[in-house]
Design a protein around this ligand. Sequence first.
Ligand SMILES: CC(C)(COP(=O)(O)OP(=O)(O)OC[C@H]1O[C@@H](n2cnc3c(N)ncnc32)[C@H](O)[C@@H]1OP(=O)(O)O)[C@@H](O)C(=O)NCCC(=O)NCCS
Length: 169
Amino acid sequence: MKETISIRPLKSSDKSELAKLANNKKIWDNLRDKIPFPYTEKDAEFFINLTQQETPQQNFAIAYKGKICGVIGLTIQKDVYRKSAEIGYFIGEPYWGKGIATKAVALITEYGFKELDLNRIYTGVFEYNIASMKVLEKNGFKKEGVFKNAVVKNNIVCDEHRFYKLKNN
Ligand SMILES: CC(C)(COP(=O)(O)OP(=O)(O)OC[C@H]1O[C@@H](n2cnc3c(N)ncnc32)[C@H](O)[C@@H]1OP(=O)(O)O)[C@@H](O)C(=O)NCCC(=O)NCCS
């Protein structure tokens, strides 16, 4: 039987559902400006194509009861930081509050440490994104600092809360 919440590679057929889920200002408000908004099917197609060229796989669809409900990824860093990866994710609004992000972070963290042999997974969360901070804390991520006024989003300056998890504790 299928797990209720799983991660799997993105498929070309995810395009229209991914575009529908990602085209949401409430999601974009918590992400970097390089993520397009409005988010079109062309944007989804471009992103899916990119993820299909990854070796090893770094970005995944999050599936809930067999349907795509979001995306989660690890960006492996370069040079002396090559054993570190930044984690990023979003869940489509109809699926919020069901524990999906919490489980997806657990799954990709395990993948990152076991399959990618990472030492460290980290991310920065905008100061107003309490839900994402909870998701990370429920997965054993620790806050390592607050980068004051590091972010400008929607022309508003805010702090970035940095979280990390290590392979060995
Ligand atoms: C943040 C996000 C990933 C959470 O996804 P989700 O599947 O709804 O998260 P979960 O259900 O696993 O858990 C969310 C937790 O935050 C809590 N929460 C949700 N909204 C909250 C809010 N406004 N204030 C405080 N807590 C909140 C929930 O109650 C839950 O905690 P609990 O289990 O202790 O009750 C989702 O809202 C999202 O995609 N947001 C936009 C994109 C984004 O923020 N990405 C992360 C960038 S760092």
